[in-house]
Structure formats: C-alpha cells, structure tokens
Design a protein around this ligand. Structure first.
Ligand code: CP3
Length: 346
C-alpha cells in the first residue's frame, strides 16, 4: 500500500484508531453556499438536478478540497436523493429543505415505496468513480440518511421542529413504523453500498434529528433500523461514522448500532463522549459552527481545546458539531484546517 492510497489516509487511519501524522479534518456541508464558486456553478440548477449530474457532483465535491486543503471530500448529494431515485415525489426547497408531495400515513403509502437497486442510481456510481480518480490519495466519504431522519421528512412532509406526526406513528402503529423504517434501512444501506463499491473510502450515516428522541425510544424504535443500514456495508471494510445532533444521551447506542466512529455535536466535550462510549469508538467533531463567526483568538482557542479533548479517544477526526452555515467566511474554514494540522502534527 502506498501513501497515496486513500485507505492509508489520516482520515481512514483515525477512523480505525491507528496512529496518524496529523489529526484529519473535514467539515459537514463543506461544499455549499459558503463558497462563491459553488453559488456560481449552481446558478439556475435545481438542487436535485445538480445531485444527479456527475460533472456537477464532481466539481462541487472537489471545490472545498482545493480551497481548504481538508483531509477528505464528502460526496455532494443529499439524504433525500435515494428517495427521489425510487420515485418518491419530493423537492429540496431553498431555505427550507426537503418537501414531500404526499406524506406517508398508511400501509398503502409505504407499499408504493420500492426497494433501491443500483439500477436506480447509475449516475451515483459514475460520480463516485470520477471523483475517486480525481481525488488520488484524498479519501471520499459517502453518506446516507438514517431511517429515523428520513422517516421524519416522509411522515411530516417536510422539516419539523417537534416530529409530532413521526412520534405519533412510532407509538400509535409500531408495526407500520417498523415496516417503514425497514424499507428506509434497505434504501439507505444500498445507497451506502453503491458508494463504497464505486470507491468511497469511508461512510457516514446522518441521523441528524435523532436527538429529538429519548434513549428508550431510540433503542426500541430506531437503533435496530440504523443497525440494519450500517450492517448492509459491514462486509466492505470501509469505516462507518454515525452522526446526529443533540445525541449526547444516545452516543453509546449509536456506536453499538455498528459504527467505527461516533459523531459528536458541540454540546458535550469529546472527552465526555469518549467516557460515555467506553473508549470503544473513534470520535468526530465538534466545533460549534457558530464559533466560526467569532474573532480568531477565541476560535483558535476552541480548536486547540477540541484537539486536546480528542486525545482521549482511540482516534479523532476534527469536524464541526453540525454543518457549515451558509454565511460562513470560507477563509476562516481554511484557517481552521491549517490550525488543526499545525497543532496536531508530530
Ligand atoms: O458538503 C456536504 O456535507 C455534502 C453535501 C450534503 C448536502 N446535504 C448538500 C445540501 C449532505 C451530507 C447533506 C445531508 C443532509 N441533507 C442532511 C443531514 C446533514 C445535516 O445537515 O444534518 C439533512 C438533514 C438534509 C436535508 C436538507 N437538504 C436540508 C435541511 C437542506 C437545507 C435547506 C436550505 O436551503 O437551507 C438541504 C439542502 C441542501 N443539501 C443544500 C446542500 C448544499 C442547500 C441547497 C442549496 O445550495 O440551495
């Protein structure tokens, strides 16, 4: 194996708890509206069209790698892409998020959602292959949405603060809930598998809204389905990152669902996340994305504290606690990457 093999990169090594030359760093939503070059290529192109056009996916995915020198690319797509690919009528509305034309409420609604096969997403395979060729030794992270977060969009019909219809279905008709999540786990698992088989070096399962659940509900209604999605790629020898927002109480259960790395938001220190997960997993995180708007001195101090806190983990991948906010100054992100590399080298 040569040093230009992405399987030997700092990101993959940190995910596996192996020694690294420096702490690897990438940012959730590093590709996107914070970059003028992104806004330029997206002009007049709807989000879902962009996600299904290999030349655009490749260009947008590479933009933050060129600009910031991050240690990984994240595949430019969206958690709802595989749902649209199997025929669910939805759109991504700017400033809002995914909006579903006919929300899921009954068994008949669920029965209209087919399983995902690689034939639904030939463009995803093509995009990943193009990217892997362009990226050389830089690893590509593939991703999918977890069943709960996807189910929330499908059941609520769009973004939701309280997830009330989702929780009503979960508790009111557990059989339908479990059948829906089993279907979504198949779709997510297959979407991850397609990306890994085309050459992605790591995978992230986004359960962004799982922090809305109690641990008891998470374990009973959600974890088995996330475990099924992660289990679909268990044989591929690609490290798996499991992330959610506000999931301090769920971290051990999220690791146990079948991840090598647990993603941590900014609400608890990494050392606390390590303690709560018994040191069994590498950790990813956890700079508050709003701190990128603070003056450099307190921001640099926060970066250094996170590096220090991450030393208690078997492996640490530096990231934000959630995605880059669209009005972030991209030069600050570049500076954070340099700081992470400089302070963690040697
Ligand atoms: O750089 C990356 O992180 C890769 C690209 C990526 C996008 N969406 C691109 C995107 C990833 C990993 C996602 C995942 C995603 N999508 C999640 C999980 C991650 C998280 O943020 O918790 C969720 C919940 C979604 C659903 C979604 N899609 C939302 C909430 C939004 C924002 C709506 C808005 O306009 O504010 C989207 C749209 C979206 N996905 C954009 C991007 C770059 C913005 C589209 C645009 O540029 O107009």
């Amino acid at each position: 194996m040569t040093s230009t093999d992405p399987r030997d990169s700092a990101l993959v090594r940190a995910a596996r708890g192996l020694p690294v030359p420096h702490t690897p760093v990438w940012f959730m939503r590093q590709a996107g509206r914070s970059l003028p070059e992104y806004r330029k290529v997206r002009e007049g192109v709807p989000m879902l069209t962009a996600c299904r056009t290999p030349e655009l996916v490749t260009e947008i995915t590479l933009q933050p790698v060129r600009r910031h020198g991050v240690d990984a690319a994240i595949f430019f797509s969206d958690i709802v892409v595989p749902l649209a690919a199997v025929g669910i009528d939805l759109d991504i509305v700017p400033g809002v998020g995914p909006v579903v034309a006919s929300p899921v409420a009954t068994r008949a609604d669920l029965d209209r959602i087919p399983e995902l096969t690689p034939e639904h997403v030939p463009d995803i395979t093509e995009s990943v292959r193009m990217l892997v060729r362009e990226l050389g030794g830089t690893p590509l992270i593939g991703f999918a949405g977890a069943p709960f977060t996807l189910a929330s969009y499908l059941v609520e019909g769009g973004p939701s603060r309280n997830h009330e219809k989702t929780k009503a279905l979960m508790h009111g008709d557990p059989e339908l809930w479990n059948a829906l999540c089993a279907r979504l786990a198949q779709i997510s698992g297959e979407f991850l598998r397609v990306q890994a088989q085309a050459g992605a070096s790591a995978l992230q399962l986004f359960d962004s809204w799982a922090g809305a659940l109690s641990l008891a509900d998470y374990e009973r209604f959600v974890q088995p389905h996330s475990a099924a999605a992660l289990g679909a790629v268990a044989d591929l020898d690609v490290p798996r990152i499991h992330f959610g927002v506000g999931t301090g109480e769920l971290l051990a259960a999220m690791g146990a669902a079948g991840a090598e790395v647990v993603g941590v938001d900014f609400r608890i220190p990494l050392s606390e996340a390590v303690a709560r997960t018994g040191g069994r997993y590498a950790v990813q995180g956890n700079l508050d994305p709003a701190l990128l708007f603070a003056p450099w001195e307190p921001l640099a101090r926060a970066v250094d504290e996170i590096l220090e806190s991450g030393r208690s983990a078997p492996g640490h991948i530096f990231n934000l606690g959630h995605g880059v906010l669209p009005s972030t100054d991209p030069d600050v992100l570049t500076r954070v990457v340099a700081r992470v590399h400089e302070r963690s080298a040697g």
